[in-house]
Design a protein around this ligand. Structure first.
Ligand code: MRU
Length: 348
């Protein structure tokens, strides 16, 4: 396995969530135990656990933590609603969070009408574990569906972190790379550092290095030059939410990479499980874009790097229009061309 378990449930229905505290990487592989739904909310908000699928799994487990002490059958449903509404406020863009929380609500409605609160918590835990398990399987399938895209000797550029750390295990964009490497292909990855929180430098470079895949770290602003020098033949990134027409929200800077790829005639692929699609949105205009603390830019990693009181704009995601995307690699196969008809045909 290329990376250690991103997060897991420890113990029975009275147990807790143990996750890798990703804010400590790459210098420390530290674990954090979440015993309450508030702990999980904080871990999601502060990016201790991050990446769309991993956020979904964490939220599902957070639901279990939120109801595990409720022994009162009359108030259990009300408490569940309180917990799911609360978790929905942790981060807005990755649809996996909303998808997972909704799935937990549906599980309660369909499977918790008879029995005791203790049994309901056990059923909800089984659902959360199923979500994590499915995510692991989907990531493997994404790897298998996309590995052929990477040719021997190629340069592959990625942005942010769509690796094992961003999922229950194995990743999405990095799954494609892990599988291609397992199939014996040699290639070189260029990892954008991904300002302002450096998920590319701290997490992607760390994961690929651990897996023994050659990786070169570049600043985001170097991608154009690296492409112009002919070092990159393929771009693969992850996604936080994909609208029905294929418009894709991913980490801020992804849209710029897609435009650069188009300018240099380099195919730009997105890798994502079906839980990242939001078919209720016809296009990317409706995707909520998270705005984050200006201090991530002015005081990144504890050092002031901008004048006191300066005005800052800090959107955490952008939307790449579908016409810039050569294909979407899913666990069900490759969507190509990227259009509503092809997306619905594969997913529905
Ligand atoms: O803010 P983050 O670190 O949660 O952003 C993560 C990304 O943008 C990833 O590329 C995306 O979630 C795909 S993860 C398989």
């Amino acid at each position: 396995m290329p990376t250690p378990r991103t997060l897991e449930w420890i113990g029975d229905a009275n147990g807790f969530v143990r996750l890798i505290d990703q804010t400590q990487l790459p210098t420390a592989l530290a674990y954090r135990d979440c015993h309450t739904v508030e702990d999980v909310w904080e871990a999601i908000r502060s990016l201790r656990v991050r990446g769309a699928p991993a956020i979904g799994v964490a939220a599902a487990m957070g639901v279990v933590l939120g109801v595990q002490n409720c022994k009162d059958a009359a108030h259990y449903g009300e408490r569940l609603q309180e917990v799911t509404s609360y978790l929905r406020t942790s981060r807005p863009t990755a649809v996996n969070l909303f998808w997972a929380v909704e799935r937990m609500e549906r599980c309660f409605q369909s499977e918790c009408q008879t029995g005791t609160p203790q049994e309901w918590t056990q059923r909800l835990l089984a659902e959360a574990l199923a979500i994590a398990d499915e995510d692991r399987r989907m990531c493997r399938a994404i790897g298998a569906a996309g590995a052929h895209l990477i040719g021997d000797g190629q340069g592959v550029l990625t942005h942010c972190n769509a690796g094992g750390l961003a999922t229950a295990e194995y990743g999405t964009a990095l799954a494609v790379m892990f599988t291609a490497a397992e199939q014996g292909r040699r290639f070189h990855v260029y990892a954008d550092e991904t300002r302002p929180l450096l998920q590319g430098a701290r997490l992607t470079a760390w994961e690929l290095h651990q897996a023994g895949i050659p990786v070169t770290l570049i600043c985001d602003s170097m991608a154009g030059q690296v492409m112009k020098e002919g070092r990159v033949q393929l771009v693969i990134v992850g996604a936080d939410r994909i609208a029905a027409n294929g418009d894709t929200a991913n980490k801020i800077g992804t849209y710029s990479v897609a435009l650069l790829a188009q300018a240099h005639g380099i195919p730009f692929y997105v890798a994502a499980p079906s839980s990242t699609f939001d078919l209720r949105l016809s296009n990317g205009d409706g995707i909520p874009i998270e705005q984050r603390d200006p201090r991530e830019i002015t005081h990144g990693f504890g050092r002031q790097t901008a004048p006191e009181g300066i005005c800052v704009y800090n959107p955490a995601f952008d939307v790449t229009p579908h016409h810039l995307i050569a294909g979407i690699i899913t666990e069900k196969g490759l969507i190509q061309p990227v259009c509503e008809e092809a997306i619905r045909a594969l997913l529905e």
